[in-house]
Design a protein around this ligand. Structure first.
Ligand code: C2E
Ligand code: MG
Ligand code: MG
Ligand code: MG
Length: 285
């Protein structure tokens, strides 16, 4: 039964929905100009080796600073970019920017460092993706093994057979892939075996209460051991405390990413972070 609001008959569009739709419309209009107006910026969050504490990678995270709206969260504008199709040009710009940055750090001897870039479903299912990736790597002069593409389970499970083909293609070109937010989507374990995936990223929702919640503990250890038996690496996202890190380390998780180690930061700041951590890595950890 459809609910009514009592006065105007059938209610299918609440004031909250209206406000949301208006905000989305404002955002999509502003997002069209964001690239040209240089409002978009890529931040980098360190990924560290669990044992040595060395920075071994960075995740590129998009930031939008709008003159009127201020900093808009990716959680809010990425869906808008996806719905409007703007994610294609924006995503390509992120990829090029991140690959260029990775090449710069590599050339400066600040590494070796893998650069992880998030891909949306529309990018992943676009037939030109493998060529776009190859062209950008060639233009920037970055060897493919330094690039890691992050896909969510939703992206890969939308059409698993097609996903297998795209992953095989990218894998042949030497690019690595990881499954982001692992455990939050519906992934079929039988497909996981067929996907050319290199790493599972344990979602931060499982990490948050890992020190106290026995179910989260169980889930996380199961994911780590599953990954291990499939020959995949694991990285935990959203690690904020030493307790969380210790539990993950004991379970055999190989990498961590989270505020405990470092927040997402602009490239200049990341560079300072890198220079310091190559000197202090083991002791600071
Ligand atoms: P994600 O790919 O799972 O990225 C991890 C998110 O967790 C980032 O949020 C990061 O800032 C946050 N995070 C990392 N460590 C911690 C921690 O210790 N505690 C807490 N509370 N949070 C932590 P962010 O940057 O807001 O991005 C949100 C999501 O937006 C990303 O989730 C990703 O799905 C999407 N996104 C960001 N940049 C891009 C992009 O360039 N392209 C696409 N397609 N999606 C992007
Ligand atoms: Mg990610
Ligand atoms: Mg994630
Ligand atoms: Mg996420």
């Amino acid at each position: 039964r459809v609910k009514t609001d009592g006065r105007h008959g059938y209610r299918f569009f609440t004031p909250e929905m209206h406000a949301r739709a208006q905000r989305n419309l404002q955002l999509v209009n502003a997002l069209r100009y964001a690239l040209d107006r240089r409002q978009l910026n890529v931040y980098y969050q360190p990924q560290a080796d669990m044992h040595s504490g060395r920075v071994i990678g960075a995740e590129a995270l998009l930031r939008w600073n709008h003159p009127e709206f201020g900093m808009v969260s990716p959680a809010e504008f990425i869906p808008v970019a996806e719905d409007s199709g703007l994610i294609l040009p924006i995503g390509e710009w992120v990829l090029q920017t991140a690959v260029r940055q990775a090449k710069t750090w590599l050339a400066q001897g600040l590494g070796p460092l893998t650069m992880a870039v998030n891909l949306s479903a529309a990018q992943f299912s676009h037939p030109a993706l493998p060529d776009v990736v190859t062209r950008i790597l060639a233009e920037e002069g970055l060897p493919p093994e330094y690039l890691e593409l992050e896909l969510t389970e939703g992206v890969s499970m939308q059409n698993p057979e097609a996903a297998i083909a795209v992953m095989n293609n990218l894998h042949q070109r030497g690019v690595r892939m990881s499954i982001d937010d692992f455990g939050t989507g519906y992934s079929s374990l039988s497909y996981l075996k067929k996907f050319k995936v290199y790493k599972l990223k344990i979602d931060q929702s499982f990490v948050r209460d890992i020190s106290t919640d026995s179910e989260d503990k169980a889930i996380v250890s199961a994911v780590i051991s599953l990954a291990g038996s499939l020959g995949l690496r694991t990285i935990a996202e959203g690690v904020e405390t030493i307790e969380q890190r210790e539990f993950l380390r004991e379970q055999g998780c190989q990498e961590i990413q989270g505020y405990l180690f470092g927040k997402p930061m602009p490239s200049e700041q990341f560079e300072v972070f890198l220079r310091q951590s190559t000197v202090y890595s083991a002791s600071a950890f």
